[in-house]
Design a protein around this ligand. Structure first.
Ligand SMILES: [Zn+2]
Length: 151
């Protein structure tokens, strides 16, 4: 039994098409480490080895100074910058999740991530609320990073 904000496929209903799993990303080589870490329950960001700037999504150079970057583990803590509640989406599996929240979350390390806020009724999500990362494995190569209320 799902509750608002869970984003889990509903149980199969006799006579209807079965629930469809969440779409999985096909990792590009430069982002494979990010997706594999998310599969393993860790959130990575890129940090510049020259100036310390943190960034997501994956790029081959620092956006601030063009210096080399490497992956570092993030705290998983963040704040909702903005969000919207999706009430219409007829594609599976999204249809089974409605209403659900698409949000921009500012990570404690700096980067802003487009994601879903789950584990809370969409009507209770607020700008500025503290959230923490949670992970959902979606393939052998990738997990996705979702956020849930922190505290
Ligand atoms: Zn830099």
């Amino acid at each position: 039994m799902s509750r608002p904000g869970d984003m889990r496929p509903l149980e199969a209903v006799p006579g209807e098409r079965p629930p469809k799993p969440r779409p999985a990303p096909v990792p590009e080589p430069e982002a494979a480490e990010y997706w594999a870490a998310a599969r393993d329950g860790r959130l990575l960001v890129q940090r510049c080895e020259t100036c310390g700037h943190a960034q997501l999504y994956a790029r081959d150079r620092c956006l601030a100074c063009r210096g080399p970057v490497s992956w570092v583990e993030a705290s998983g803590k963040g704040t909702v910058y903005t969000f919207t509640v999706i009430r219409q989406n007829y594609a599976r599996p999204f249809k089974a999740w409605m209403p659900y929240v698409v949000a921009l979350v500012d990570l404690a390390e700096g980067p802003r991530l487009m994601t879903n806020v789950v584990g809370i009724d969409p009507e209770d999500v607020r700008v500025g609320m503290a959230v923490r990362a949670k992970f959902e494995t979606v393939s052998d190569d990738a997990g996705i990073v979702l956020f849930e209320p922190d505290g």
